[in-house]
Design a protein around this ligand. Structure first.
Ligand code: IPM
Ligand code: MN
Length: 361
């Protein structure tokens, strides 16, 4: 199959700018590898609220369901963050999209780049060589449990719920990934306090019998937050519930030197969505300074998902080449920064004109 339908949801803030670079790059990949990507654009988030009152219009959901994969930018707008009374929020668009598409596993890879090692505030010898895959459960837990605010606003709750069906598929996925890697899986939880965490532990223990070659261990989330920056190299694959995964993946991004580098894939049985882990960064909107690498590497994860592994490898090599040659945005080089689109153009050129024989096409 050489023909793919890609839903493109640029969203808010710097989303459109970074996604634009990914689309440019997909066009270059289509040219070089003789694929065809057909893009269908949809609105989501604050943008969609302003236009339609709905953070996830039906039309957008339909575009996503009809596609082979979704390329997502970012979501969020300060006008909502500072308004506690807002009933409709941009984030609801993304959460509903994840739920409707059944994207139960959010995969967040994290590694260091030799040339960027000095960009992290952490010591080089601690982070050098870190290579972690975080598997974050994405459509259950406290994000999706019953929520309530009493009418005077003096009482509220959010319920954290998990069932075996919510946990088992992502646990299997994480075990399979560990088998392909260093064969170590860590469940991050709070099993000393939470019933839901004890359920996660039980299911992980049971599932471990099917993966005897993988070493399973458990770590409380408070300790994990510390261990991640004290000794990140002890981790290989991490699996965790929705909110812990949200928090530790932002923390872990410090290891890579910039949150602008980190991609993610959200996978379900029938759909998949690819988005940077960074947010909408409204302060940078329209300035052409946002780092497009997180979106571009999310695109590489999309190519892998579509089984275009050769193109994915080529794209990753191109990104690495740009980074190693300091062709980076201001977050990574404030002395001689390149703009969002300059970094994208550089990668496009590398894909088109670098030595082709090596890849044999
Ligand atoms: C993320 C984001 C989202 C989340 C927000 C925007 C709802 O922080 O993808 O990590 O909390 O999941
Ligand atoms: Mn987050």
């Amino acid at each position: 199959n050489n023909y793919f339908k890609i839903a493109v949801l640029p969203g808010d803030g710097i989303g459109p700018e970074v996604v634009n670079e990914s689309v440019k790059i997909l066009d270059a990949i289509a040219e070089v590898f003789h694929y065809k990507f057909q893009f269908a654009y949809g609105i989501v988030g604050a943008e969609a609220i302003f236009q339609t009152g709905n953070p996830l219009p039906e039309e957008t959901l339909k575009i996503c369901k009809d596609s082979d994969a979704v390329l997502f930018g970012a979501i969020g707008d300060p006008s909502f963050d500072n308004n506690p009374d807002a009933k409709v929020r941009p984030e609801q668009g993304l959460l509903k999209l994840r739920k409707e598409l059944g994207l139960f596993a959010n995969i967040r890879p994290l590694k260091t780049y030799p040339s960027l090692i000095g960009k992290s505030p952490l010591k080089q010898e601690i982070i050098d060589g870190t290579d972690i895959q975080i598997f974050r459960e994405l459509v259950s837990g406290i994000y999706f449990g019953e929520k309530f605010t009493e009418e005077h606003g003096n009482y509220a709750y959010d319920i954290c719920k998990y069932s075996r069906e919510d946990i088992l598929p992502i646990v299997h996925m994480a075990f399979r990934e560990a088998q392909k890697r260093k064969k170590k899986l860590t469940l991050i939880d709070k099993a000393n306090v939470l019933d839901t965490s004890r359920l996660w532990r039980k299911i992980c223990r049971e599932t471990a019998n099917e993966y005897p070659d993988v070493e399973l261990d458990f770590m409380f989330v408070d300790n994990a937050a510390m261990q991640l920056i004290l000794n990140p190299k002890q981790f290989d694959v991490i699996v965790t519930e929705n909110m812990f995964g949200d928090i530790i993946s932002d923390e872990a991004s410090v290891i890579g030197g910039s949150i602008g580098l980190l991609p993610s894939a959200s996978i379900g049985d029938e759909n998949a969505l690819f988005e940077p882990i960074h947010g909408s960064y409204p302060q940078a909107k329209g300035k052409g300074i946002a780092n497009p690498v997180a979106s571009i590497l999310s695109t590489a994860m999309m190519l892998d998902y579509l089984k275009l592994e050769l193109a994915a490898a080529k794209l990753r090599a191109s990104v690495e080449y740009a980074i190693e040659n300091k062709y980076v945005t201001v977050d990574l080089n404030d002395k001689q920064p390149y703009s969002t689109s300059e970094v994208g153009d550089f990668i496009v050129d590398y894909i088109k004109f670098s030595e082709k024989s090596y890849y044999n096409f």
